[in-house]
Design a binder for this molecule. Sequence first.
Ligand SMILES: [Zn+2]
Length: 360
Amino acid sequence: MRTAQFPSRYVQGLGALERFGPEVARLGKHVLVLADRNLPTGVLDGLNTEGLLAETHLVEPACTQDAIAQTVHRSREMGVDMIAGMGGGKVIDLGRAAADELRLPFVSVPTVAASDAPCSALAVVYDGDGKVLFDRFVRRNPDLVLVDSAVIAAAPARFLSAGIGDALATYFEADACVRSGADNVCGGTATRLAHTVARLCLDTILEKGGGAVDACERGQPDGDFEDVLEATILLSGIGFESGGVAAAHAFHHGIAELPESHGALHGEKVAFGVLAELSLGGESDDRIAEIARFNRSVNLPVCLADLGIGDAEAAIPVIAARATREGEIIHNEPMAVDAQIAADALRRADQLGRSIWRRG
Ligand SMILES: [Zn+2]
């Protein structure tokens, strides 16, 4: 079965937080706003809750089973009729999971563009030590995704770069799933729509990603910035969920096994995973170098050393073993992959990336 799913409504632009009240009033009256307690001062002040009965709770950015249970309990006591999550991925996932448990509408308000999670129906649940416990697939995508580009542009540019890294994987992984006939992330096979959206995502970031990162560094969002923001949040979100995931994210999971990589963001690990995926797929050195040069132009990793992994030879077998576990998404690729093949692909990508570094 071809399957696709989407957020119900998407609003993006300068000052979008001003629209929160009128937009959310479409869904209900009484909202619990979960806001990351580390949000820069002023961001929360910009949230216009006119016309709503809104109660704000500052929360730790942690989507654990305890935090979900507390949020469910609090929401029941308050009698809210919807939940909003405002912050990075963990706060959004916390709100998403709690709203799902209560069968309430959910509003996603990302304040950074570091990944393609805001539009999805997927919450990553962690244990108390910060390790991933499981992926929780909720019944539906957010009822509203509200993205204030001024807020994203004021956040460190490194987050936008990471979002571009996550978005870079979207087309290559969706395309691998289309070629192999593997399932996407919403319980079916890819639609032509999702494949096309993923392609538009890739074309947009390759053409405009560098300009968008510059605009973010200057704190001056322009048209290219808006296009890249849409690509990283909306296009990549639809592309991965309704297109499918494959080797780049499997390599991410492998890299995340290594404690040295823990300073790197999700999208940074994925960005190197893309180079390894291209290598795995037998792409030419020139093609891989072209993507590696793009990575450098948007401050993304091109080799394992960029991810804090000094001893590549020791790390590669660990990454490859984790990435090729039974049932892992690397097996969505159109060719058979074992740990040896994955290690060879990682090694080639790492060497090409390091040669790009030397050439500058
Ligand atoms: Zn991702």
